[in-house]
Design a protein around this ligand. Structure first.
Ligand code: MN
Ligand code: FE2
Length: 294
């Protein structure tokens, strides 16, 4: 598009009843927490009292979160462009908060690495083949394909990879387990506060992904197969990320338990899949009403 022929806001107005505008309102209220204001003083004192294995495991997990947040910050742009080119101003407005929040999450973890862990070294040694398959390969491939092919099938593949697998399974599982471990051991109050805020942001991101996938499936039922195939294709590497972590540490500190991680991940996966399947045979109005009800 090289010229504008019309503007939504000077013709039909903004559709404030759309799910994306409801999410935009929530994001303006809850998504504005500032990572720079998190108090890490107790976290630093806690860090210095951890043993070498405990520090290594926290560093390992944090490095995966850090790289993942940078990946989702960088890789959301092609989806924003695809949505914008379709003239969906309400969805684009919401997505500006999405990108802002991912940038804040990237900022947040780097503060932890700098100020709590005090690390300067390269952390890529914590990357494993399963993590690489999703975060280094599947995610950017699905997202950047939209630049050349913004068709609905490519959008479904992108949103399933990004919102359902990377956010809905990997991040949800990782943050849940990490937060539980820290809280159970009374550690790192600043990090816990940040993760709780970040999880709220992520729940809006996942809600948008569910809405987008559902909107696309409701318009064309053949897209359900694309969604299901993408989910199934990425389940093994997603569970592999958990498996690789536990393989690396025969004795895991903080009471971290592999089956608790794996069960949570599988449960998230099944919930997401069942949720988007509800769009089959639904109308656009059904999908919008469903999204507003959460
Ligand atoms: Mn994030
Ligand atoms: Fe996110």
């Amino acid at each position: 598009m090289t010229t504008h022929t019309t503007f939504a806001t000077t013709t039909r107005g903004l559709r404030r009843d759309l799910p994306a505008m409801r999410l935009f309102e929530k994001a303006k209220r809850y998504g504005v927490w500032n990572p720079s204001e998190i108090d890490f003083r107790q976290d630093r004192a806690d860090w210095l009292r951890l043993n070498a294995l405990e520090q290594e495991v926290l560093l390992h997990l944090t490095s995966l979160f850090q790289a993942g947040e940078e990946a989702v910050t960088g890789d959301i742009l092609p989806l924003m462009l695809a949505v914008s080119r379709e003239g969906r101003i309400e969805e684009e407005m919401y997505l500006t908060t999405f990108l802002f929040e991912e940038a804040k999450h990237t900022d947040f973890f780097r503060r932890f690495l700098d100020e709590v862990a005090g690390v300067r070294e390269d952390l890529s040694r914590f990357t494993t083949p399963s993590y690489q398959a999703i975060v280094y390969e599947a995610l950017p491939a699905a997202m950047h394909r939209l630049l050349d092919d913004p068709a609905p099938a490519a959008q479904v593949r992108a949103a399933v990879t990004y919102n359902m697998i990377v956010e809905g399974v990997l991040a949800e599982t990782g943050y849940h387990a990490y937060l539980t471990a820290l809280e159970r051991n009374g550690l790192m109050p600043g990090q816990c506060q940040g993760i709780r805020l970040l999880k709220q942001d992520e729940s809006r991101h996942i809600a948008y992904g569910i809405f987008l996938i559902s909107r696309l499936i409701a318009a064309d039922d053949a897209l359900w197969e694309v969604a299901e195939a993408t989910m199934n294709e990425l389940l093994a590497p997603a569970l592999g990320v958990v498996g690789d972590l536990f393989t690396a540490y025969p004795v895991m500190p903080f009471g971290l338990d592999e089956s608790a991680f794996t069960d949570y991940a599988i449960d998230q996966f099944q919930k997401r899949l069942a949720r988007i399947e509800r769009a089959r045979g639904a109308t656009l109005e059904d999908v919008q009403r469903d999204a507003l009800e959460g």
